[in-house]
Write a protein that binds this ligand. Structure first.
Ligand code: ZN
Length: 222
């Protein structure tokens, strides 16, 4: 009731086209939702994102939901999600993407790329968790696990270091996985993948724990 009342005074508008939203719409109006810049990466196994991971035989696929462009809808959504407290945008994107790819995969676990506890404290949530949750809804017997692996180094300080120490530093930014992941098909999910280096390190830890297959999924890519 309160939100209905507030929406009379401050009507919610579409993040992209600024049209007033109707009550069934969240963040994005129906016409912008239909026009989302989807990549269809999942239909193209050799896509640009996968090429970042092709060196690793356990990483079976990589796909992004949307194209990320300056000022584009993916950038707006992810900005709101990461810096404006709109955690539910992750759920929305996961839900939409899950519907598109559900007959293509059968994951057992979904792991949102962990963020360092200091960053978690500042932001209040890991922006990948909602996306993971939204995706998990499209699959049977699939759980989101935030307790398997942790970010133990906050590498934001990296820019101050020289090349060699930087290289040494990134070596172990994630904790070891204590559980055996034999026969598990794992989704690793993130917002935007840039170099793929940190995800690669996360995947190495999952492979050490015997993960059967890893698929990298992200909200957007350039
Ligand atoms: Zn719109």
């Amino acid at each position: 009731m309160l939100s209905d009342f507030l929406s009379l005074i401050y009507p919610a508008t579409c993040i992209n086209c600024k049209e007033t939203l109707i009550s069934a719409e969240n963040f994005v109006c129906t016409s912008c939702k239909i026009d989302l810049p989807v990549t269809d990466d999942h239909k193209n196994p050799e896509n640009l994102l996968f090429q970042k991971f092709a060196y690793n035989k356990t990483i079976k696929s990589a796909s992004a939901f949307l194209y990320f462009t300056e000022g584009g809808i993916a950038q707006r959504l992810i900005h709101q999600l990461k810096y404006e407290g709109a955690n539910e945008i992750g759920d929305l994107l996961g839900d939409l993407y899950g519907n598109i790819i559900s007959d293509k995969f059968c994951p057992n676990l979904i792991i949102p790329v962990p963020i360092h506890k200091r960053k978690l404290r500042r932001r209040g949530y890991n922006q990948g968790v909602g996306f993971a949750r939204g995706l998990a809804d499209s699959f049977d017997d699939c759980e989101v696990r935030e307790d398997l692996i942790f970010r133990i180094k906050n590498t934001e300080t990296q820019t101050r270091k020289n090349k060699l120490s930087r290289w040494l530093n990134v070596d172990n930014i994630y904790s070891d996985v204590e559980e055996d992941l034999s026969s598990k098909i794992v989704f690793v999910v993130d917002d935007v993948v840039t170099t793929g280096a940190t995800i690669g390190m996360l995947c190495d830890k999952l492979i050490e724990a015997n993960a059967a297959e890893i698929h990298v999924l992200c909200m957007a890519r350039r």
